[in-house]
Ligand binder design. Structure first.
Ligand code: GUN
Length: 295
């Protein structure tokens, strides 16, 4: 069994980005600038945005956080999105989800200029991913692709089974791995709660992407000897063995599956650390005009 060390890869990529930013600075170029909108005081959202700000500082990006109370009107928030769209100093921005109930998340996402949509949530970016055009790919699928690349895991001709059909993980990773690309060229099966004989389908897979959000769902009896197992789940459960009183569980029963897998991602320290790095990579691409050229 070989562990896919997402934390180590994420640190390596951050160092690469930091070096590139240093070079941009020396050449007098534009420092990448990421902004985030956060509404209300959701604990998890505060933590995520805090991590994103810290990561920006680590690599030398400029970062701005716009905070609003959770009673902000939808049209006021839409105006803020348009202001960021029109601000030439901001290369990319995200609107941290979830939003309060009175605000339509879809409306907000569709108001973001696709050229600044570094989360890759706008239908234009999703559509461009589907037809293989340059696009901002959302953080988790982009992070999985990066891990597959850096560990030289062969995907061409392999049987991939994705468990979970969410818009931000299951669907896009299925598309990306089935594309005529490297990584890609896999035969992908996208499974979900209505899939019949799930165990039988999963046990044929060379590569399993577990992204259903059900703690320790994938057990060793569902895994072929020598498979690659990518665990996207993060479920917080109470624990009397940790200082905080909580621990994180993935969608994979790690100890038993690790005995059969050739490659496996741990939780925490696998896919998770890659997601912020993907956001930084997208922001750098935005600043450089790599996806949508700046004229
Ligand atoms: N909430 C949880 N994860 C994310 C993310 O990646 N982007 C945004 N905008 N909100 C989130």
């Amino acid at each position: 069994m070989k562990l896919i060390d997402g934390k180590k890869v994420a640190n390596e990529i951050k160092e690469e980005i930091a070096n590139e930013v240093q070079q941009i600075k020396e050449e007098g170029g534009k420092i990448p600038h990421l902004a985030a909108i956060i509404v209300g005081h959701d604990g998890a959202s505060e933590t995520y945005v805090g991590h994103k700000e810290k990561a920006c500082t680590q690599v030398g990006f400029d970062s701005t956080v716009l905070r609003f109370e959770d009673d902000i009107a939808e049209d006021t928030l839409l105006r803020k999105v348009h202001e960021l769209n029109d601000n030439p100093d901001i290369d990319g921005f995200i609107v941290q989800l979830p939003m309060p109930k009175h605000i339509s998340e879809q409306k907000i996402i569709e108001a973001i200029d696709p050229k600044k949509d570094v989360d890759g949530f706008h239908p234009i970016n999703i559509g461009r991913v589907v037809i293989g055009l340059p696009a901002y790919v959302s953080a988790t699928p982009a992070g999985i692709i990066e891990l597959i690349k850096r560990y030289n895991i062969e995907t061409s001709g392999k049987d991939v089974v994705v468990i979970g059909r969410s818009n931000i993980v299951g669907k896009p990773i299925s598309i990306l791995l089935s594309q005529k690309a490297d990584p890609g060229n896999a035969t992908v099966t996208l499974t979900h709660s209505r899939t019949k004989n799930l165990k039988e389908v999963v046990s044929r897979a060379d590569i399993i992407i577990a992204a259903l959000g059900n703690a320790e769902f994938l057990t060793a009896d569902m895994v072929k000897e020598g498979a690659t197992v990518i665990d996207v789940g993060i479920t917080r459960v109470k624990s009397d063995k940790t200082k905080s009183g909580w621990k994180l569980l993935g969608d994979v029963k790690f100890d038993e599956v690790a005995e059969k897998a050739e490659y496996i991602t741990p939780v925490p320290g696998g896919v998770g650390p890659m997601t912020i790095v993907s956001l930084l990579q997208n922001t750098l691409k935005a600043a450089k005009g790599e996806i949508y050229p700046k004229f």
